[in-house]
Design a protein around this ligand. Sequence first.
Ligand code: SAM
Ligand code: SF4
Length: 477
Amino acid sequence: MKFKPEKYKLEDVSMQPFIDVDEIEGLLSTTKSTAEEVRRVIAKSLGKERLNMAETAILVNADDPVLIEEIKQGARTLKEKVYGNRIVLFAPLYIGNKCVNNCEYCGFKSSNKDAIRKTLTDEEIIKEVEALEDNGQKRLILVYGEHPHYTPEYIAHTVDLVYGVKKGNGEIRRVNINAAPLDIEGFKTVKDSGIGTYQVFQETYHPEAYKKYHLGGHKKHYGNRLTSLDRAMEAGIDDVGIGALFGLHDWKFEVLSMVRHTNHLEACYNVGPHTISFPRLQDASMINKDDKYIVTDEEFTRLVAILRLAVPYTGMILTARENEKIRKEVLRYGVSQIDGGTKIELGNYSEDETQNDEQDLNREQFKINDDRSLAEVIDELLDDNFLPSFCTACYRLGRTGEHFMEFSVPGFIKRYCSANAILTLAEYIEDYGKESTAIKGWKVIEKQIEELKEFQKVDEIKDRIERIKKGERDLYF
Ligand code: SAM
Ligand code: SF4
């Protein structure tokens, strides 16, 4: 029978439509992870098959350091074999931090009277986007608290506004959203504004833990949140992003639950999540958190590798919540998108850099641990032989489900993704790159073209690079 998300209303407080706690806890307590089993599961993932919950439990329960290393190596191999060395860059733009909810872990919670509340005016949004474009950004995720002010119409209005800002050669070509769950009509309104992905993180999939942390407002309804991406799908948004906030409950439970959520979306809508996010709990103003479930760096790197193997076709997003060192390590385990030059204090992108370099927790949702500029992040990626990409081609050509295509269509990455990454990097170098970045960037591009030669005619790519050098922009395959 088809799942009916509209059936689940806010008042269905205890509704748990597809997460079966006993099943997940049962798997975690009974699964034995022998070397043979772990290797079998890694091999299945490397054969480009998504893992089921029982198989993921085998990876999650593997405690032997040798096996953990094999899991990480498996994730590295999958990343290299399937996705190559592209890393897509984006930036978050906080539009407003008014919030009616009371999530214990968040600096924007309604009970935090120290939080300085602000919603950017249209003029401020334009200034922020201009500042982001001046740095070379092409992809943004707009972030909102939950408040009657932030209606679907208002969200759609801000999306329109962002797409309309053009400064020099700058423009935003893809706008994603992280905001409160909507009803089907609301999702339709936001979809019509031309968004890319709509993200809603479940925070914790464990209903009891969920109840403990979500004390007020709409968000206290577990079932309403759990079914929100079903409503998004019903509204025609087929690029949805799932996530769990690691640190609220046992990380192993959350990983298995995300696999369950994936399998639910696949089964009901024929398409899994476009992206998976795995934010780790950070300090924030006036928060209450339980140290029992703190996720150590070792556990975090492990869980990223396991998620990569479990859902091999999805995009994996890592944010500036993590420090440089951790980011560098987990980039190798299959992360496909990172933010660069992130500022999460409202209105800070357009502020004078020299005025304010300390983070003020009363003005932001949580503390970030990587405050490098986009240029610095790009420099490091180039030094490490990654190919920074601002590509937005699939979304704009209506090739939705692009991560799945990258993964499943032979030659897709080389023909489209690598070529488009090269073209967007060439634009970045021409418009925003320092001389030292240009030298490194052209070298990486040359090397990349050399590698592509084996598989396709590269003249068309070279020709487009020449056109970019002469001033044409936004060329893609
Ligand atoms: N208000 C919307 C909501 O709750 O869905 C938008 C999301 S919020 C602005 C973005 C995400 O930040 C949340 O879903 C949560 O996972 C994460 N977050 C909240 N507090 C955090 C903290 N202290 N550390 C790290 N991430 C946090
Ligand atoms: Fe509000 Fe979202 Fe923060 Fe919860 S996580 S208090 S809903 S901004």
